[in-house]
Ligand binder design. Structure first.
Ligand code: SF4
Length: 339
């Protein structure tokens, strides 16, 4: 964000002007709209520089294509200044899912994003720009860092984006959701941040060996230890932790998993989010039958564990994160070869 602020300062902006301009940008409004209030005079140099500042801000992400889903979601393929692409999704009920990296080093076996490895980190400005772009379409009151990338692997930039969104972006702190496979250094950093987001832990299994297969370059946490650390964070900030469980047929939908999960989650300040896997053409995993997912959810409820069974928003617009981008790459290569 520093470059954005420098541009404003070089044109004569003082902190109050920066704040107004940032708020207008993050709200998806034209910068000019920030200059009309009578209580704050904008210097002429700054007014003259506004079109250039605005183009710089809006160039962080450019919408390449839009893919509406029948559930009200709207998925974007976004081009960055270096022509790399990421995805974001406007979710039903004023949510937005954004990306924090181009690619991802974790390599979850069921995810298209993880297949190419990490290409680069997103800057904090590229993350908040996804919110500004989303808000130019419709209101956004909740931002989840669940798109491409593992936020804890780009922690400084993600925390800066969270701080900007929670301070100038008009988003309640518990409506900023940091989604992670877990990282030993993470919990302390989150607690020290001025804006403390809600936490979503990608758990997927209670079996350490299976987790090492499913999340190959994730941290080697004992699930019980990971849940305990997340639970401490949830209690400290006062919002429940979400435990994400991508439900894959024959892999983590067994009775043994369900029993262990029930036991580990009892008494925790959290909610299990069961997310039936979106079957992807190139990957060997399958979505379990709806009835099985429903039974698992009922079992957790009956044993005092809060649980949501999710119909993944955007599943009919290419499914999970990374698929739009994966599909666009051969097309881009073809365009480059034709040129
Ligand atoms: S699911 Fe998330 S953490 Fe895993 S590879 Fe995909 S983007 Fe990375």
């Amino acid at each position: 964000m520093q470059r954005v602020l420098n541009l404003m300062r070089e044109a004569g902006a003082r902190p109050a002007h920066e704040k107004r301009l940032l708020r207008a940008w993050l709200a998806g409004r034209a910068l000019r709209s920030a200059t009309t209030a009578r209580d704050l005079q904008f210097p002429r140099t700054l007014l003259e520089a506004l079109p250039a500042i605005e183009s710089h801000l809006n160039a962080h992400v450019r919408i390449e294509s839009e893919h509406p889903g029948s559930d009200g979601s709207l998925r974007f393929l976004l081009a960055l200044h270096d022509q790399k692409t990421v995805e974001s999704v406007l979710l039903p009920r004023d949510g937005l899912c954004i990306s924090s990296q181009v690619g991802c080093a974790v390599g979850c076996v069921f995810c298209m994003t993880g297949r190419a490895g990490l290409l680069r980190q997103l800057t904090s400005a590229e993350m908040v720009a996804q919110v500004a772009a989303g808000r130019r379409h419709r209101p956004v009151r909740r931002v989840v860092f669940m798109g491409m990338g593992e936020p804890s692997h780009n922690l400084t930039n993600v925390l800066e984006a969270i701080t900007v969104l929670g301070t100038h972006g008009d988003i309640g702190h518990k409506n900023l959701v940091f989604s992670t496979v877990g990282d030993p250094r993470l919990f302390e950093r989150l607690l020290a941040n001025p804006v403390k987001p809600a936490l979503a832990i990608s758990l997927h299994t209670t079996d350490v060996a299976l987790r090492a297969q499913l999340v190959p370059r994730g941290p080697r946490f004992e699930p019980a230890e990971l849940i305990a650390l997340a639970d401490d964070y949830g209690n400290a900030v006062g919002y429940p932790v979400m435990y994400q469980w991508t439900l894959i047929e024959g892999v983590n939908d067994t009775d043994a998993e369900l029993e262990r999960l029930t036991e580990l989650m009892q008494g925790r300040y959290g909610i299990v989010n069961l997310i039936p896997y979106n079957t992807v053409e190139d990957l060997p995993y399958k979505r379990p039958p709806t009835e099985r997912a429903r039974k698992m959810s009922q079992h957790l409820h009956q044993h005092g564990v809060l649980c949501k069974l999710r119909r993944s928003a955007g599943q009919d617009v290419e499914g999970a994160c990374g698929q739009l981008r994966a599909r666009s790459l051969p097309e881009r290569a073809a365009i480059a070869t034709d040129a």
